[in-house]
Design a binder for this molecule. Structure first.
Ligand SMILES: Cc1cc2nc3c(=O)[nH]c(=O)nc-3n(C[C@H](O)[C@H](O)[C@H](O)COP(=O)(O)O)c2cc1C
Length: 363
């Protein structure tokens, strides 16, 4: 297999410059194991965070989705499972904690849990090296570095990238508007955002939103990033914890089949179906309240639809399932294993970067 090393590999101690995005509130335990064992960075998501800690803001019935365990126990179990399944390969993994102001207390509890899990087990300490914060103010989270963690923070703009840099983030993840799930109010896509952020800060930048293959990894490197973060692409893999209906929906959709409507905190990109169209209608009819940004109000569209029976992830029906996903869904047509996917991304990017100079006349 080709070697394509960037600064990201050296910083995190991983062979390939690819991160799996956190995808809460869903479980990404099997996915993180497969991704880390494939030499990229697997990331545990904060499972059921909103659902169990703020039941009134939950998109779906928490117990039905996540069982009886409280979210901190779910996180601990995932940390133990991923440590165990990656121990022999000594693979590195991370945990994502959204730090939106609505969830600050929960975020603090999750971060504390990560720190304590590392202190309690030497394998976890060696392998769980990364924390990825997102969706909020970076400032309070620099302290994670004092506990030996590498700190990555997700931003949607140059303004927020500068804030993350002055807070001391080790890596900034610039996340374009085409990405799946929560996105910023301003629709700035990766093609503009990534090079703008890479020029504005000295901190290394990872590109997120719209990346899925070797061509897009090579493009990200040309735009000034040191690697890519993939969300939607990793859902459609054999090992991912997501339901078959979700994986199939990603494979079937073309690039125009996503919609942005109200999410838990701010806007969110959904795979287009009857459910997503209804969330858009509800978002438009509640627009003034939505823009005020109250967490429970912001979420009421999803809640109302659930009460009316429109939203039901558990029934596995493609038209009523609530599924987040990015525009890159239109570029995803298969269901590889994670290992096949990572290998094909690296091979394609390496081959493109090697052959490109021969295809361009430079005087
Ligand atoms: C189902 C789903 C759930 C997500 N949940 C989170 C989350 O909890 N925290 C976070 O930082 N990003 C979350 N994201 C964003 C991803 O981490 C990643 O940045 C994004 O999917 C990249 O864009 P892409 O979908 O085009 O690859 C989520 C994305 C998806 C598709």
């Amino acid at each position: 297999m080709s070697v394509l090393r960037t600064e990201l590999c050296d910083l995190l101690g991983i062979p390939h410059p690819i991160l799996q995005g956190g995808m809460g509130p869903y479980k990404t335990e099997d996915l993180a194991i497969a991704v880390s064992n494939a030499g990229a960075l697997g990331v545990i998501s904060t499972i059921g965070m909103a659902a169990t800690l703020l039941p009134e803001a939950a998109p779906v019935d928490a117990k039905r989705m996540f069982g009886d365990d409280p979210p901190l126990v779910l996180l601990q179990k995932s940390i133990e499972a991923v440590t165990k399944a990656t121990r022999s390969s000594r693979a590195i993994f991370g945990v994502n904690v959204p730090v939106a102001s609505e969830f600050l207390i929960a975020s603090q509890m999750f971060v504390k849990q990560v720190i304590e899990a590392r202190e309690a087990d030497s394998d976890t300490e060696r392998q769980l090296r990364v924390i990825v914060t997102s969706a909020g103010n970076p400032k309070p989270w620099a302290k994670v570095k004092e506990h030996g963690l590498l700190w990555l923070h997700v931003v949607p703009s140059v303004y927020h990238a500068k804030k993350a840099e002055s807070a001391g983030a080790d890596v900034i993840i610039a996340s374009g508007h085409e990405g799946g799930a929560h996105c910023a109010w301003d629709p700035v896509h990766s093609m503009v955002l990534v090079p703008a952020v890479a020029r504005a800060v000295k901190t290394p930048v990872v590109a997120a939103g719209g990346f899925c293959d070797g061509a897009s990894l090579a493009a990200a490197l040309c735009l000034g990033a040191i690697g890519v973060q993939l969300g939607t692409r990793f859902i459609a893999t054999k090992e991912s914890d997501f339901q078959p209906v979700w994986k199939e929906a990603i494979i079937k959709r073309e690039e125009r089949q996503t919609l942005v409507a109200r999410g838990l905190f701010g806007p969110m990109r959904f795979l287009r179906n009857n459910c997503a169209e209804k969330i858009v209608e509800q978002t438009l009819s509640d627009a003034p309240r939505f823009y005020l940004g109250d967490p429970v109000e912001s979420n009421s569209a999803i809640l109302k639809l659930e009460q009316q029976g429109f939203v039901d992830l558990m029934d596995g029906k493609e038209d009523t399932a609530l599924m987040f996903g990015g525009e890159v869904t239109g570029r995803i047509t298969d269901l590889p294993t994670v290992k096949q996917l990572v290998r094909s991304i690296i091979e394609e990017a390496a081959s493109l970067l090697k052959t490109l100079p021969g295809n361009v006349l430079i005087r």
